[in-house]
Design a protein around this ligand. Structure first.
Ligand SMILES: Nc1nc2c([nH]c(=O)n2[C@H]2C[C@H](O)[C@@H](COP(=O)(O)OP(=O)(O)OP(=O)(O)O)O2)c(=O)[nH]1
Length: 137
């Protein structure tokens, strides 16, 4: 068996004042294209996960998030074919600026109980009940 490549990705459920969660659609041409995911990305060398998230949210969505506004909720651990994904999921209800699709990605605000209607990467499916518990149906 080849050694496992562990990949650390950090993601966030942004929650608006109606308790809806932001999903972003993975662009064509990327792995898992077309699936709906939580904003975030790979932790780069030398970064703390919270710094990664703040950077990704600025680059992808044009919003400014302060570190104390990121609350850990749960995590995903999933064996993709070429790497093992470890993905902490934070929750964030406060940010500055307006969410914009700066990378051309489709965005949707959805209720927790609607998450199952959006095809998500297999790693994300076990995260849904935590959001339903947190936010109610
Ligand atoms: N951001 C995010 N990534 C997720 C989720 N679920 C899930 O399996 N992933 C996977 C998809 C990718 O393999 C990886 C995130 O990497 P990424 O978005 O930063 O990078 P990428 O695939 O675009 O690749 P790259 O071009 O940056 O190398 O984590 C999720 O909910 N949010």
């Amino acid at each position: 068996m080849p050694p496992i490549k562990l990949t650390l990705v950090v993601a966030v459920a942004l929650i608006d004042t109606d308790n809806r969660i932001l999903l972003a659609q993975r662009p064509e041409g990327k792995q898992l294209a077309g699936l709906w995911e939580f904003p975030g990305g790979k932790v780069e060398p030398g970064e703390r996960p919270e710094e990664t998230l703040i950077r990704e949210l600025r680059e992808e969505l044009g919003i400014a998030v302060k570190e104390p506004c990121l609350a850990p909720l749960t995590f995903a651990s999933y064996p993709y074919e070429t790497f093992h994904l470890l993905m902490p999921l934070y929750v964030c209800r406060r940010w500055d600026g307006f969410v914009q699709p700066l990378e051309g990605q489709a965005l949707k605000w959805v209720k927790a109980q609607e998450l199952r209607s959006y095809p998500m990467p297999p790693a994300d499916e076990p995260l849904i009940p935590f959001l339903v518990d947190l936010l109610g149906p």
